[in-house]
Structure formats: C-alpha cells, structure tokens
Design a protein around this ligand. Structure first.
Ligand code: SF4
Length: 342
C-alpha cells in the first residue's frame, strides 16, 4: 500500500523547487535497484518537465569489462573450475559465455552463496571464484579469501566512478546514491565528492523524497551529501565489513565497461597466492583485447543514451537472447527498460 499523502507532499515540493531552480536538471540514479523502482512505478513521468532522471553504472554485472569476462571464460576453457553468481554465466564474452562452457565442460558452477563455493572447494581444490559486484558483495568474497579460495576479482568501488561521471560528457546536476553500497561504506566516503548527493532507500516514497531532497540541495547551491536512508545507513557504514575488505583486498585501478580505466576504483586480491590473475597469468595474458561490437552498453552506463537508442534493443537483443551485459541482469538498464518501459 503506497503512502499517497507522503508522495503528494513531496511531489508538490519537487514542483515548487523545480520552478524555483527554473532550468533543466538531470539527476542520475547510480543503482540499478533504483532504476527498477523508478521504471516500475513511472516516477519519471510524474516529475516536472525540467527534471530528468537518468540511469548510471550501478549494475555490477554490466560494468564488468569485456576483457575480464573473456579471461574467466579462458580459465574455464583451460579446465580450471570456475564458480560465480548466475547472471555472470549469461554475459556475452567476445565469442562464448560461461553458460556455454558450463554445458560443454561441466566445470563452471552457478552458485547462490559463499557456502556453496566452500563446498565446491572440497571437491575441486583449484576452484576459482569469479568475484563480481560493488562494496555490497565484496565482503562475501573477502570471506572466501579468508577460507583460502582463489579469486578472480572484478569488484569495484562506486565513489571514484561518480567523480568520473561528474566530469564526463553528460551534464549531471545531482546523484541519487546507492542505498545498499552505502550500508557498507557509510556517508563519510561521499563527502570528498563535492556535489549534490542524496543516499536513498528503495521504495517509491523514499526515491521521490530523495529527488525532493536533491532539488533542495541544488536550489541552495549546496554541494554535499545528505543521508535520506537513515533507517539503514550509518555515518561510518559497516565497520566490520570495511575492516575485512581492507584486510583481504588492495585498492587498484580498474577497468569499467563504458567508463574505461578508473584510478583506485577496484578491489584486487591482496594475497598473490590467492589471486587468479597472478596464479593463471600465462592463460590470461594470451587473451586478446576484445573487438568493438554493436552493443552500446558503455554509452547506456554513462547515461549518454537510453536503451531504446541502441539499434539492437528489442530487435535482436532481448533478455532471452542478450547481446550485451545490460540486458542480462535484472539490475541492467536494458533489461529494466525491456520489462517496464512503455
Ligand atoms: Fe547492449 Fe542490448 Fe543494451 Fe543494446 S540493448 S546496449 S545490445 S545490452
């Protein structure tokens, strides 16, 4: 049951503030979970004409680089058992995907929890866990590293990507910051990004309130972060999880699909003996650079285009037959637009 009174109050506030600001305003929601709710509840349609919401790079499956996908496929092809979460199996590599290698070789494993990976390690001592995601899922991978499981990490850190987006080709006036990531990193880490930001929860009410809070910041020219998800997000975040991340990972430059190489934006396995990229360097170094395809995920992730602007969208690229990462995951913009778009 939606809280109509609450929503009406904030919509009125949004209207007043947008008239006061009196120019076009573009807000980016970083997280795919927010995009899903925004599309599902038609939040874009109820905002004033001069306020736009665009999707950002908050789908972990989507931002993993093509080269990393190809490298993990190559490991599996070389008889190294690989375990990862379901969506990663369907992300197209340059020639294959992990699902195909799973069917052909039987040494790719779809898992739902760290417990399953630990059980697999008993049977396959050389198993490599393909660790994907932002600060939210990285602590689980850190736990696997503690259990001496070898990891190919493409874990990413959100704030450095936000800084890149501010100076990118799309004019952004404010960010709706990701709620789940913020539960781990807290509020403090966003403070060095001097830009209007609101951390939001995931109900339509919370997102609409987040938009009104952002417009308030913009109307007052305040470049700061406000926590609009106090129910869950603490100022210092989850300190235990952060300690675990610091212990098991080192912060390195990382390649993002669409955004390129971003300084200090990746979590790399600190222990060389458990780092699949080092352990299997010979196999990985033989993987060629991927060729450019017609898929425009990179531009979708930067907010440069909407999924419908991609010539393959709905015609040849569908959730059943994805041609790019953004159509695979439920948090991918193309899949969300496919499900909830007009
Ligand atoms: Fe890539 Fe498909 Fe999205 Fe086009 S519609 S950008 S091919 S995922």
């Amino acid at each position: 049951m939606r809280n109509k009174k609450f929503i009406d109050t904030h919509i009125r506030k949004i209207k007043t503030l947008s008239e006061k600001i009196n120019k076009n305003i573009t807000l980016m929601e970083i997280c795919g979970g927010h995009t899903t709710v925004i599309m599902k509840y038609g939040i874009r349609e109820i905002l004033p004409d001069n306020v736009s919401l665009i999707s950002g790079p908050g789908c972990p499956v989507c931002v993993s680089s093509q080269k990393d996908i190809d490298c993990v496929i190559e490991l599996a092809k070389n008889n190294i058992p690989v375990a990862t979460y379901g969506d990663m199996l369907r992300v197209p590599g340059t020639r294959d995907n992990l699902e195909k290698i799973k069917a052909e070789s039987g040494n790719v494993f779809e898992v739902y929890s760290t417990t399953e990976v630990i059980s697999l390690k008993n049977k396959y001592p050389d198993i490599v866990f393909f660790g994907v995601g932002f600060e939210t899922t990285a602590p689980m991978t850190a736990y696997l590293l503690k259990k001496k499981i070898c990891v190919y990490s493409v874990h990413k850190i959100i704030p450095p990507a936000m800084k890149i987006l501010i100076s990118g080709n799309v004019k952004i006036d404010g960010f709706i910051n990701p709620g789940h990531v913020s539960t781990i990193i807290g509020v403090k880490e966003y403070k060095e990004i001097e830009f209007p930001q609101v951390i939001s929860g995931f109900t339509p009410e919370q997102i609409i309130r987040g938009v009104s809070m952002l417009l308030e910041l913009i109307s007052k020219n305040e470049n700061k972060v406000v926590n609009g998800y106090r129910e869950v997000v603490r100022n210092k975040g989850n300190e235990k999880a952060k300690r675990l991340l610091n212990e098991m990972f080192s912060v390195e430059d990382s390649e993002w699909r669409g955004l390129g190489n971003i300084a200090d934006s990746g979590l790399e396995v600190a222990d060389n003996g458990l780092n699949a990229k080092i352990k299997y360097d010979k196999i990985i170094s033989s993987v060629p650079e991927p060729k450019k395809t017609a898929c425009r995920c990179g531009d979708v992730l930067k907010g440069l285009i909407e999924p419908g602007d991609c010539p393959l969208y709905r015609k040849v690229c569908t959730p059943e037959n994805p041609k790019g990462a953004c159509m695979v995951s439920k948090e991918g913009s193309c899949a969300i637009y496919y499900e909830y778009g007009k």
